[in-house]
Design a protein around this ligand. Sequence first.
Ligand SMILES: Cc1cc2nc3c(=O)[nH]c(=O)nc-3n(C[C@H](O)[C@H](O)[C@H](O)COP(=O)(O)OP(=O)(O)OC[C@H]3O[C@@H](n4cnc5c(N)ncnc54)[C@H](O)[C@@H]3O)c2cc1C
Length: 455
Amino acid sequence: MSVTSDLASLLPGRVVTDPDVAAGYAVDAYPQAAPPASDDYTVVRARSRTDVEVTLRYAAEHGIPVVPQGSRTSTTGSAGALPGAIVLSTEQLTSIEIDPVERIAVVGPGVINTDLKAAAAEHGLAYPPDPASASMCSIGGNVATNAGGLCCVKYGVTADYVRGLEVVLPGGEVMRTGRRTAKGVAGLDLTGVFVGSEGTLGVVTEAVLRLVPLGDPPLTVLAVFPTLDATMAGVAALRGVRSTPSLVELLDGPSVDAVQAYGDYGFPSGSGGVLLVQSDRPGHAAEDVQEYAAALTAAGATEVAVAEDRAEADLLLEGRRVLNPALAARGPRFIEDVCVPVGRLGELVAQVHAIAARHGLEATCGGHAGDGNLHPCFFYDAEDPESLAAAQRAFDDLVRAAWALGGTLTGEHGVGAQKAPWLREELGEAELARQLAVKALFDPLGIMNPGRVYG
Ligand SMILES: Cc1cc2nc3c(=O)[nH]c(=O)nc-3n(C[C@H](O)[C@H](O)[C@H](O)COP(=O)(O)OP(=O)(O)OC[C@H]3O[C@@H](n4cnc5c(N)ncnc54)[C@H](O)[C@@H]3O)c2cc1C
């Protein structure tokens, strides 16, 4: 009996038997993914926690690797199929319960981020974490990667909203972490251990998430700068403003050009950089954006546009929203996710372009300037192995540059397969050993997402 037929008899209707459908579960959004053949892994689409328990019990009994999978938007190769593995999709676990008094949501891992936002908004509440992939990615994936996004500068990351989890461990044991209450300090924070664990410990089957009162619809300022230094002076100026913006996004000159090549979003060509800044402060967004505009002008912005209503605000942000498709249209690329102290962002952007020039490549650099987390891209010619190798070297150089600036190799996308070779160097031997000991406690057989994160 094969794994697929074994599981199909244990879980009728949950196992994908059509190879074309199975192929759709092979890769995530990691541009360099190399998927196994679709008959070399088994896809289980769980419809309940029991399905997850049965699958993980079977996997442990037979020593079969398991890849937990949400919406496959990971850019690091953390959710793609592995040879001989069970891909355990939680995309169909989509329950949402909102408790407006406790301001919590209890949700299944398959809930799409924007669906939770919409459900919370019906109660005047918000679930703030907003990865740029929010309309596609799942809460299970967000929890497992500790996803960030555009509004982290004011609201923080996924970890700041997870109060508790239900997790199925390899072998099928169901474990609950954390609490529903606003406070609680009983014992160690095992919720925090699972948040960001990238499917290497167990499968999240339910999350208790904190909600906050809904802000006002955000208003936007768009500021164009003549040079990179002036753009960075703009970022620094915003740090001196008392009411924290709900979004501070950077597009460097080449990113602006890539967006304009994709469509006319009203950006001037040849700029040194663009900053997009928002406020959603209830009752004060209009005055905040005027204050940001003044600060950005004083810092050297040559053009500043301030939205007066929601429609204008959305229009100004549109150029940032299309950044990912614009970059994808430009050609194959390595996507970085380094995070450095905000005060050193300018040095990071300069390094990106110096490294690209050294390796004969083109690069763009944009992202979440408000919290020092950028997504530099190195473009290569997929037909030319030397160009691909140069992009890989540039990628490696940038990780080192981020470390030298006091930063980390990943701010929000996670380690996955892409950055696993670098983890040992970032953590050091002793810390790595401690983390592997924690992993062994939950996954003694080493079957959860093997090769990802820890290599
Ligand atoms: C266009 C684009 C923009 C993006 N922008 C951002 C951004 O702004 N901020 C950001 O943080 N990320 C961003 N990402 C990356 C990605 O969207 C996030 O990492 C997201 O959290 C992944 O969610 P997912 O449902 O797609 O998970 P998947 O990609 O399916 O899985 C990601 C990881 O989570 C694990 N996992 C999934 N479900 C479970 C579960 N139920 N239990 C245990 N482990 C599980 C997987 O094993 C894998 O390790 C972007 C990606 C794209 C393509």
